[in-house]
Structures are given as structure tokens and as C-alpha cells.
Write a protein that binds this ligand. Structure first.
Ligand SMILES: *[C@@H]1O[C@H](CO)[C@@H](O)[C@H](O)[C@H]1NC(C)=O
Ligand SMILES: *[C@@H]1O[C@H](CO)[C@@H](O)[C@H](O)[C@H]1NC(C)=O
Ligand SMILES: *[C@@H]1O[C@H](CO)[C@@H](O)[C@H](O)[C@H]1NC(C)=O
Ligand SMILES: *[C@@H]1O[C@H](CO)[C@@H](O)[C@H](O)[C@H]1NC(C)=O
Ligand SMILES: *[C@@H]1O[C@H](CO)[C@@H](O)[C@H](O)[C@H]1NC(C)=O
Length: 354
């Protein structure tokens, strides 16, 4: 009798527990997908024995802190496997990063992608690759060399089979509209590149700030949110993905106004660019950033407040299905997480998973 009662009460307790509205699971917990679940390359450069679609975690899981925006502004000599691997290890171990977003690759051969792939495999991380218009004075045709090196890695290279399992998506240009990269020909270049990548199933988009009234979004009209602008209407149909630059820093906000701006922008993208979305570039400065001046409201406290604000809004990013990258790991002056002495601008901080 006692036993029966006991098991009855356990059963009803259990059924009560299960009938509570269940919280949605923490990202990746209990899943076997890549890169948020338990999937591992087993340190092998052989392609996994599943389709790309089966390998990658679904877009619905791609939210919250994803990893760092990773400038690669040295030349090829700066892009050794050892250096990249050491950085990826730190990003994963110390911050829980799952992806990296390559920024300004200034090595124009397959060498950079091969080392990135090897390091990503070694750390079970994914890569957002980038084709960039050289901002460092290198010849402009190097833009085409970067695009060609990515296509070569995908099509005719020792890493071709594994590459689609490592490349999450590809950014064709970083602020190519804002910087007017390749002028009127840009849209054709985007179409060509996207068509060349299509057989490998890797989404392509541009990395850009769409808050450019009259261009990517429409001009502001009192009382009405802007929709797509004339250029935005051309770019969106050529985008599998939007890699958004949400940059209250460059729009001159003080730190107290940043969250209002960020959340408004996320809603704008959700409304007007209905393809998968990540925030690929967003930044704050822990001191005056001489080469990249924006908001005057900068300092260590503001820098910490900015990133803690992103972190604290994990549920917002989950609800809106948006991931974000922290710009930048290094190379970008006082935006950097890695300080000159190799410590972190925000010590002992691991963004939450929700
Ligand atoms: C890694 O090894 C595990 C255990 O043997 C296996 O289940 C898994 O499929 C392997 N991963 C890949 C990508 O082959
Ligand atoms: C890969 O999958 C195929 C088909 O399911 C199977 O025949 C083959 O043995 C698998 N290979 C490995 C290495 O697991
Ligand atoms: C948007 O505003 C700019 C600057 O005021 C103007 O030159 C342009 O014609 C406007 N575009 C549209 C579509 O209204
Ligand atoms: C914005 O920040 C600057 C620098 O910290 C400060 O001087 C200014 O008063 C702030 N403005 C507002 C409206 O809070
Ligand atoms: C590294 O630099 C930071 C910022 O200047 C400083 O706070 C920290 O104490 C330094 N750490 C070491 C180990 O020197």
C-alpha cells in the first residue's frame, strides 16, 4: 500500500512537472548538431558522413553569442595554423565561442583558408568567411583573388570535401555599399559569386549596415519606420543571409541609448530582410579609438556595459533568432577584446547560453 501510494505520488509529481509550460532548451544542450551540439570532426579532415544540412545546427538554434569578428589584416605570414589555432582555442575555452567571423583577409591565396579550416576542425568551430575589398591600399583586383581563392578551396583543393562543413556562410564584401566597392558593377559581382558558391550549399550575403537612408533603407519619414531603400531592394534578392552591422557607436549614440538602437535595428531587419540574420559587426571602444572614431562616450566601463548588455539580452536574441559576433578579437585598436599585454578587456567573462 505504502509502495503504491509512493509510486502514485511520484507519478503525479512527474506529470505535474511535465505539464508545466516547459522552458525552451538551452542552445545546443542535448543535441548532436554542429557547432552548438556535441558534433565533432574528431580532428579529421575527412568530410563527415552526413549531408551538410544534417551536420549544421538549424538556423533556429543560431542565436546569442556566436564568437568573435576576427581581423586577419596581416599578410599571409600572419596566418599560420599555429597562430589561428591558438586564437580559436582561447575564444572557445575562455568565451565559449562556436564560430569565427573572418574580417579583412589580406592573404590572397588558399593558404589562409586552409589554415582556417585546419584550426576550425581542431577546435570544432565554424567559419564565416569573407571576401573583402582591400582597405589597406593593396590593388583592388585582390578582391577577385580572395573570391577566387574561396572558390578554389570549395572546388579543387585538398580541403574541398570538408569545407562546406566548416564554412557557415560567406560575406561578399564588408560594407561594400557604404564604401561603394566596385560601384555599379557590385551587384553583378555578388550575383556571380553567389552562383559559384551555390553548388556547395553555403549561404552568401553581404556584411553591411543597412541603416543607410535613401540607399539600403528608405529615407526616414516622420511617424513611419523606413522600409527597404532602392539599393536594399536590389541586394535582398541576392542574399541567402544577412550579416548585419548594427553599430550604435558609429551612429553617435551614448552608451545609454545603445540598446534602444540595437533592438530597433533587429526589428527592422526582421521586418524587411526576411532571411536568416546574424549581427556580424558591432563594437564599442574602451578608450578613444584613434583610427575609428565614433561615439564620444567611451571607456572601460562603457565597453563592459555594452557587451554585458548584449549578454543580458540573450532571451531577446533567442526570441528573434539572431546571433551576434563581438568585433573584434584584435587588430582594431580599442575595440579589441585582447589587450596589448594579452589579457582581456573584460576578464573572466563568458557570455551566457540560453
Ligand atoms: C566522431 O566519432 C564519433 C564516435 O566514433 C562518431 O560517432 C562521429 O560520427 C564522428 N564524427 C565524424 C564527423 O565523423
Ligand atoms: C557512411 O555512410 C554510408 C551510407 O550510410 C555507409 O555505407 C558507410 O559505411 C559510412 N562510412 C563511414 C566511414 O561511416
Ligand atoms: C532620400 O534623401 C536624399 C537626401 O535627402 C535624397 O537625395 C533622395 O532623393 C531621397 N530618396 C528618396 C527615394 O526619397
Ligand atoms: C554623452 O556622453 C558624453 C561623454 O561621456 C557626455 O559628455 C554627454 O553628456 C552624454 N550625453 C548625454 C545626452 O547623455
Ligand atoms: C594588462 O593590461 C591591463 C590594461 O592596461 C591591466 O589592467 C592589467 O593589469 C595588465 N595585466 C598584466 C598581467 O599585466
Amino acid at each position: 500500500m505504502r509502495l503504491a501510494l509512493l509510486s502514485l505520488s511520484v507519478a503525479s509529481l512527474a506529470s505535474n512537472v511535465w505539464s508545466l509550460p516547459t522552458a525552451t532548451p538551452v542552445r545546443g544542450q542535448g543535441t548532436t548538431c554542429f557547432p552548438f551540439g556535441s558534433a565533432t570532426f574528431n580532428n579529421s579532415l575527412q568530410a563527415p558522413n552526413v549531408t551538410r544540412k544534417e551536420w549544421w545546427c538549424p538556423q533556429s538554434m543560431t542565436y546569442g553569442f556566436l564568437g568573435f569578428s576576427y581581423p586577419m589584416e596581416g599578410e599571409c605570414y600572419d596566418d599560420s595554423f599555429e597562430r589561428i589555432n591558438a586564437d580559436l582555442q582561447r575564444q572557445k575555452r575562455d568565451f565559449g565561442a562556436s564560430l569565427i567571423r573572418v574580417y579583412l583577409p589580406y592573404c590572397y591565396t588558399t593558404y589562409i583558408w586552409e589554415n582556417l579550416i585546419k584550426a576550425a576542425v581542431a577546435n570544432d568551430m565554424g567559419i564565416v568567411a569573407q571576401v573583402a575589398w582591400p582597405l589597406n591600399g593593396d590593388p583592388l583586383e585582390n578582391w577577385r583573388k580572395i573570391a577566387a581563392s574561396i572558390i578554389e578551396v570549395l572546388s579543387n583543393n585538398a580541403y574541398s570535401n570538408i569545407a562546406p562543413y566548416v564554412f557557415h556562410s560567406i560575406e561578399f564584401g564588408t560594407e561594400p555599399i557604404g564604401d561603394q566597392d566596385d560601384g555599379d558593377n557590385f551587384i553583378n559581382e555578388l550575383k556571380d559569386f553567389r552562383a559559384a558558391v551555390k553548388p556547395y550549399g553555403i549561404p552568401v550575403g553581404i556584411s553591411e549596415d543597412w541603416d543607410r537612408p535613401g540607399v539600403l533603407c528608405s529615407n526616414y519619414t516622420a511617424g513611419r519606420p523606413p522600409g527597404l531603400g532602392p539599393v536594399g531592394k536590389q541586394i535582398l534578392p541576392q542574399s541567402d543571409f544577412v550579416h548585419a552591422h548594427i553599430m550604435p557607436y558609429y551612429h553617435g549614440y551614448n552608451i545609454s541609448g545603445t540598446w534602444g538602437y540595437i533592438s530597433d535595428q533587429v526589428h527592422w531587419y526582421k521586418n524587411y530582410t526576411p532571411v536568416p540574420l546574424v549581427i556580424s559587426e558591432t563594437q564599442w571602444a574602451w578608450e578613444l579609438n584613434v583610427l575609428h572614431q565614433g561615439s564620444k562616450d567611451v571607456g572601460t566601463q562603457q565597453y563592459k556595459a555594452f557587451w554585458h548588455e548584449y549578454d543580458a539580452n540573450c532571451q531577446f536574441f533567442k526570441k528573434n533568432n539572431v546571433g551576434w559576433f563581438l568585433h573584434a578579437w584584435r587588430w582594431e585598436g580599442t575595440f579589441n577584446m585582447v589587450m596589448p599585454n594579452n589579457s582581456y578587456a573584460i576578464p573572466n567573462w563568458k557570455p551566457q547560453k540560453c
